[in-house]
Design a protein around this ligand. Structure first.
Ligand code: SF4
Length: 206
């Protein structure tokens, strides 16, 4: 049971690697970058994820012994912004992700991925901040994509995530709800594994 959860998390990590490689290639080819320290996309309360995408994050919280503490915070958070965001106390709009290596796909793709427009052509779903501070770079990136540059695509990754696990990878919800659900799923797997050990006598001392 726990092995199955770890295998799912492994597949999600492989997907993260693909996303990071594709966004790095786009950044290198076009110069599209986030302004240093910007955390505006994390300040949006509408960030969504599937529980599958945050399984690695949930497992990491268990590994640190912090899962229950975070579960309480997540359940209290309602529809507020992501609980893992740490706003900069001095510069408005700046901040950092306290779980950066474990962040889900939307947080990796935002500002660097394509969607299909009404004509069925791929175009950059550009970040408002990028458009404000580097409009020429955004235009050049749109041109490169129109000319066939293969940028990461939101729907391709959504389909891949749903294919990894149709139950955990399809339900899209607020990031706080998704992490809470992933923690509960991992916790349940730990409980089942412990009861199985007790039944087979493996958990009994002496
Ligand atoms: S997981 Fe990290 S990057 Fe994603 S919204 Fe939360 S703080 Fe921001």
């Amino acid at each position: 049971m726990l092995a199955a959860i770890s295998q799912l998390a492994e597949k999600v990590f492989l997907l993260y690697r693909q996303i990071d490689e594709q966004t790095a290639a786009l950044q290198a080819a076009t110069g599209l970058q986030c302004p240093s320290g910007c955390g505006q996309c994390c300040e949006n309360p509408d960030v969504e994820a599937t529980p599958l995408e945050v399984l690695p994050l949930a497992l990491e919280l268990f590994r640190r012994g912090e899962a229950l503490m975070w579960l309480e915070r997540l359940e209290e958070s309602g529809n507020s912004i992501c609980v893992f965001y740490r706003p900069d106390p001095v510069i408005k709009g700046n901040g950092r992700c306290s779980m950066y290596s474990w962040r889900p796909t939307i947080c990796r793709l935002f500002g660097f991925a394509t969607v299909k427009n009404k004509q069925g052509q791929l175009e950059l779903a550009a970040c408002i901040r990028h458009k404000q501070i580097m409009p020429e770079v955004v235009c050049q990136t749109q041109e490169a994509i129109a000319n066939g540059f293969l940028a990461p695509n939101f729907s391709d990754f959504s389909i891949t995530i749903a294919a990894i696990d149709p139950y955990l990878g399809r339900a899209r919800m607020s990031i706080n709800q998704a992490v809470a659900m992933a923690i509960k799923r991992v916790g349940l797997m730990f409980q089942l594994a412990e009861s199985a050990d007790t039944e087979t006598g493996e958990g009994v001392q002496g």
